[in-house]
Design a protein around this ligand. Structure first.
Ligand code: AHR
Length: 620
């Protein structure tokens, strides 16, 4: 076999090819990459977040025997109008305590420091100070650190303390004990480890390290679906997420929980800077998510200019001089230097229709006129519907948008079967940002999914002149709050788990190439299929009370049928069939449950593609 490189037809590979995409899904932000240990420290949880959530969710109230006290909630004269609820603790006699449960408990490490802060107001009729004991509770409820503060000021005042954990804990708690006759108002309770990754405050060092290790060229944020949100108010308005955290209005997260915006645009930019990645913020294209109950809610034309200004202000916040309005706010937050924004995404998976097109065009023209230095990334429609992107591409081509965002979540075999997906991209049109992708591995081994991704990525790299950027999705998953699988990085409140797909991304992004050469291969290039020319199929039932019998396995090419007559599956029994490799197979089964029988057949290809048989439920 002789292999010859062809230097004449060399292609440049984009230096931004491998990036990451952060969205607050699966508790990626609060309870995830943010190091805040207190859940609902602002008492702003509400029914819109999750049906059973209220202002005291994640707090346990306790009044010891012999004490007389009461807890309530108020919004009168709050510290922050944007987040008006605060807790009221009245102690008539003795003491009362509030214990925060954290996000599935709090992880403490012996000898490490934890920064505590709280806003308080003394509302006692007699103006007597109240004492506040702050305690870290370890596993089993033992006190592993404590300090004492005084609530004396009749104006809102922030109190601070540092506590050193005396023991390790994974199910820790924060207990606040109020004593002394009187009334205390409290709000914005916070507890964070002081340890950081490269000085990046408010972030969990282990999770940031997992991102930094990928050496991503860019970070796309903050979504995803939460960018366009459920209706106008729920859209991600970047300018409501900067400045003092107390004044960032909380919102429900369309993935079914709460956003405190402790992770706001300033923090996103700081994250990018810390891990050496370019920022790629995405703003809604003035239309909310088409999949929400309200349907797609467009910004009315009468308010479009305000919305356009909001988008232009983001560029000023990132890059503007410190004497500009938003540049000054950035400087006041601690970053007088510009963040060096070069790209901006407009829209996410929006339905391509007249309403969208009109607004996208307005935004695109306004941003490119005011900021020709910013590269706009457009969107070509909802995933997963790879074959439906034509309308999006047509519109983006018409406008000469330089890069467009395409998404795909597909079965492991899809990736192998579509290796040429980007071979035919029109090199004169927009470049591709493959902004969300992963192999669905619900019914396949995650290694198979990761191999499919790797095979496809190698072909993205080969087409690296047309595919400018890409990012796997979703990025993070708190294993106790999974809404979407698979994900790239799994964690709980103590540990980080990196699946095969992470290492595939790591392999590509840490060994980047900048040129691709066509290769001429001469000689006998027949590649034999391995697996000893045989394929192995495993069958497993998911219910102990279902019998599966009479399995036949048919090679569709030869017509050969192999009855697995001895097979009788129950519970988690596994049967294995071996056959010579074919492109298509049919599997016929007979199942019974409580003497009721079904027969059915499934067709699937090699690579274990069980896509059409994911959800086979027996019984009623
Ligand atoms: O990555 C999860 C979701 O998938 C994103 O929010 C959305 O853009 C896509 O449909």
């Amino acid at each position: 076999l002789s292999v010859t490189l062809n230097p004449a037809d060399r292609r440049n590979i984009s230096t931004d090819l491998w990036g990451i995409f952060f969205e607050d899904i699966n508790y990626a932000a609060d309870g995830g990459i943010m190091s805040e240990l207190v859940q609902n420290g602002a008492f702003e949880y509400r029914r819109e977040d999750s049906i059973n959530w209220r202002s005291y969710t994640s707090w346990n109230k306790s009044i010891p025997d012999g004490s007389v006290a009461a807890f309530s909630l108020s919004t009168t004269d709050p510290l922050a109008q944007e987040n008006p609820h605060y807790a009221v603790i009245e102690v008539e006699h003795g003491s009362a305590s509030l214990t925060n449960l954290g996000f599935d408990g709090m992880a403490f490490r012996r000898g490490k420091d934890y920064a505590f802060s709280i806003w308080t107001r003394n509302a006692s009729p007699g103006a007597m100070p109240m004492s506040l004991n702050v305690e870290l509770l370890g596993d089993g409820g033992i006190v592993i650190a404590a300090t004492s503060l005084s609530i004396a000021n009749r104006q809102w005042t922030q109190l601070h303390a540092t506590l050193t954990a005396g023991a390790d804990a994974s199910q820790g708690r924060l207990r606040l004990v109020f004593a002394g006759e009187g009334t205390a108002h409290i709000d914005f309770v916070s507890l964070e480890p002081t340890e950081t990754f490269r000085g990046l405050q408010h972030f969990r060092p282990d999770l940031v390290k997992a991102l930094a290790d990928l050496k991503p060229a860019f970070v796309r944020f903050p979504g995803g679906c939460i960018v366009h949100g459920k209706g106008y108010e729920n859209m991600y308005h970047w300018n409501r997420t900067v400045g003092p955290v107390e004044h960032r209005p909380h919102q429900f997260n369309s993935w079914g929980y709460h956003q405190s915006f402790r992770l706001g645009y300033y923090e996103y930019f700081r994250l990018c800077e810390t891990i050496g990645a370019k920022p790629l913020p995405i703003v809604a294209a003035a239309v909310s998510c088409q999949f929400s109950d309200q349907g797609p809610v467009p910004v009315p034309q009468s308010e479009m200019q305000d919305y356009i200004d909001e988008v232009l202000d983001l560029i000023e916040f990132a890059n503007g001089p410190t004497d500009s309005h938003w540049g000054r706010i950035r400087a006041e937050m601690g970053h007088p230097e510009p963040f060096g924004l070069t790209m901006l995404g407009l829209g996410n998976e929006d339905a391509i229709n007249d309403v969208f097109e009109r607004r996208f065009r307005q935004l695109y023209q306004a941003v490119t006129a005011a900021h020709p230095e910013i590269t706009i990334v457009g969107t070509v429609g909802p995933a997963p519907s790879g074959h439906d992107f034509d309308e999006g591409w047509r519109f983006m081509r018409e406008l000469h948008v330089p890069i467009v965002d395409e998404h795909a979540y597909q079965s492991p075999s899809w990736w192998f079967q579509n290796l040429d997906h980007y071979d035919h991209v029109d090199r004169k049109g927009p470049k591709v940002y493959f902004g969300e992708y992963s192999a669905n591995v619900w019914n396949a081994h995650p290694l198979v999914g990761a191999l499919g991704e790797a095979a496809f990525m190698a072909n993205m790299e080969r087409n690296g002149d047309a595919v400018a950027m890409s990012s796997y999705a979703p990025l993070f998953c708190n294993i106790n709050h999974a809404q979407w699988k698979p994900d790239l990085i799994y964690f709980d409140n103590k540990t980080v788990r990196l699946p095969y797909s992470y290492w595939v991304q790591h392999m590509f992004s840490t060994t980047t190439c900048d040129e691709a050469y066509p290769v001429n291969v001469a000689g006998n290039t027949t590649v034999r299929r391995d697996l000893s020319d045989r394929i192995r199929l495993n069958f497993r039932t998911n219910r102990a009370d279902v019998d599966i019998t009479d399995i036949t396995f048919c090679n569709d090419e030869t017509g050969d049928t192999i009855p697995l007559c001895d097979v009788h599956l129950r519970g988690s029994d596994v049967a294995t069939a071996l056959d010579t490799v074919a492109e298509r197979y049919t599997l016929r089964m007979h199942a019974s449950w409580k003497h009721v029988a079904w027969g059915f057949s499934l067709q699937f290809g090699d690579f274990g593609d069980f896509k059409d048989s994911n959800e086979i439920n027996f019984g009623r």
